[in-house]
Design a binder for this molecule. Structure first.
Ligand SMILES: [Zn+2]
Length: 468
């Protein structure tokens, strides 16, 4: 399959290292205002699309970040300030920030993220780097469910050079993805502490949050990022109900359009000036607009009002963030896949170490539907070693990297195709999105949604290895 690398982008998923989880204790009844949830439709008795439930709403007590990054492309340093108001929904004895730039290096000169004095309500507290990607903050007391914590710290990122990854500096352009200390809270569960993984992959888990983001760049540089740009303050973005933010810095040539997905979405596609791309900038713009509108019809409305795509040099595929995607040159074939992640990872989150198929397999379905690749995906023979193992965690795929794309991406699309009429599969995913929007879903949540459309969904999916 010649086009495998293009068809199967190695985007944020988790790829290589066994996952291990740490959970907070769950001893206290929550007093936190609860987000709106909706009731799942009854289990289907015959294959049919039920009334789609109202979309769940984001948790009003979600984390509120104020994030500032002073970017210096000349030497690759980024000076940052972070403040976050965090309200746990179960008691916990610590705060956990993940420092993803310190994971396995993707290039010969790896980036480094360091943090300074952490404060809570302005008072210094102790913090410990329990491993390179895990900063643990303790105050000596329990952080109580429903009680907001005001935590802040300075941070500094150094990006010495280029890498085929989410953090890179290449000439005047910089990719900044998973680049700042981020809380790894899974609501109702506790802290996600999976090991970092190598390559393009990621094992990040982050709750839906709000970000007030300020990116300061030298004169002449531009910023494409997650969130709504403030016309009065260059480099200021407001990202509402997003679980992470991604930033690309460079000297961009841009094209823009409005997608109706179905609400208006301001779309901007930028390419680092001087970068040659044989696909042409307008082709990317057309694909983004077309796939946003298509997925908005299939799976429910796009959740935000902006979307940006930055094309920067020497990235062999795409990397998705809510509202922002990074791609390399000549990668138009992965564009709709990355847009699909706006629903499956961005809006409906998942633990990428525990359930990688929930983002990569389901997004491959979206890609297949938009691109007309479903028959090709269905025809692909899955290697016996990974057949019917689609629901396995990254600890399984770490030893089977060569079969990861077939086992998770392609087989994920095959498992969904096995449910029945593709139009009804789209309906099942629309139910799944409505019920699990802004949350961190698990495999049984997808099975439950599919069971509202297909009576035999649980049997069909578990035969592929989905965990019901
Ligand atoms: Zn992907």
């Amino acid at each position: 399959m010649l086009a495998l690398a293009l068809l199967l982008p190695a985007c944020a998923s988790g790829d290589g290292v066994p996952a291990a989880r740490g959970h907070a204790t769950t001893s206290t009844t929550s007093t936190v205002p609860q987000p709106t949830t909706t009731t799942a439709p009854a289990r289907a008795t015959t294959p049919a699309c039920p009334t789609i439930p109202a979309r769940a709403t984001p948790d009003p007590a979600r984390p509120k970040y104020t994030l500032r990054a002073d970017v210096h492309p000349s030497d690759g340093s980024v000076d940052g300030q972070l403040r976050v108001i965090f309200t746990p929904d179960v008691d916990t004895d610590r705060l956990v920030f993940r420092l993803w730039p310190n994971g396995p290096p993707a290039g010969p000169v790896p980036p480094e993220l360091t943090t300074g004095q952490v404060t809570i309500s302005g008072r210094p507290v102790s913090s410990t780097a329990e491993d390179p990607t895990t900063l643990v903050v303790r105050s000596g007391a329990t952080f109580r469910a429903g009680q907001a914590v005001d935590v802040a710290m300075p941070w500094r990122l150094t990006v010495p050079g280029k890498a085929n990854d989410r953090i890179s500096r290449n000439g005047d352009s910089m990719r900044l993805g998973s680049f700042f200390p981020i809380l790894s809270w899974e609501p109702g569960v506790g802290w996600a502490t999976e090991s970092a993984v190598g390559g393009f992959a990621e094992s990040s888990t982050a709750p839906t949050a709000d970000f007030d983001l300020t990116v300061v760049v030298p004169e002449g540089f531009g910023v494409l990022a997650s969130g709504t740009p403030d016309p009065a303050r260059g480099g200021h973005f407001t990202a509402t109900a997003m679980r992470d933010v991604g930033v690309s810095v460079g000297r961009f040539d841009t094209v823009s359009a409005v997608a109706m997905a179905p609400q208006p979405v301001q779309v901007t596609v930028g390419i680092q000036r001087g970068t040659v791309d044989n696909d042409g900038l307008n082709a990317y713009l057309d694909t983004v607009v077309g796939s946003l509108e298509d997925f908005g019809r299939r799976f429910g409305a796009y959740a935000w009002t902006t979307f940006t795509l930055a094309i920067t040099p020497e990235l062999g595929g795409g990397i998705e963030y809510p509202g922002h995607v990074m791609q390399g040159q000549n990668t138009i074939g992965v564009t709709s896949h990355e847009v699909g992640h706006q629903w499956f990872y961005g809006l409906v989150g998942n633990d990428q170490g525990r359930d990688p198929w929930l983002d990569e397999g389901v997004t491959s379905w979206a890609e297949a539907r938009f691109e007309g690749r479903l028959e090709r995906f269905k025809a692909r023979v899955i290697p016996p070693a990974v057949k019917n193992k689609v629901g396995e965690p990254m600890s399984f795929w770490a030893d089977r990297r060569q079969n990861y794309s077939d086992g998770v991406y392609i087989q994920g699309a095959q498992a969904l195709a096995a449910l029945g009429d593709p139009t009804l599969v789209d309906c099942a995913l629309r139910v799944y999105v409505a019920l699990n929007a802004y949350r961190i879903a698990r495999q049984p949540d997808l099975v439950a949604a599919a069971s509202a459309v297909f009576p035999n969904a649980a049997a069909t999916l578990t035969a592929y290895g989905v965990k019901a």
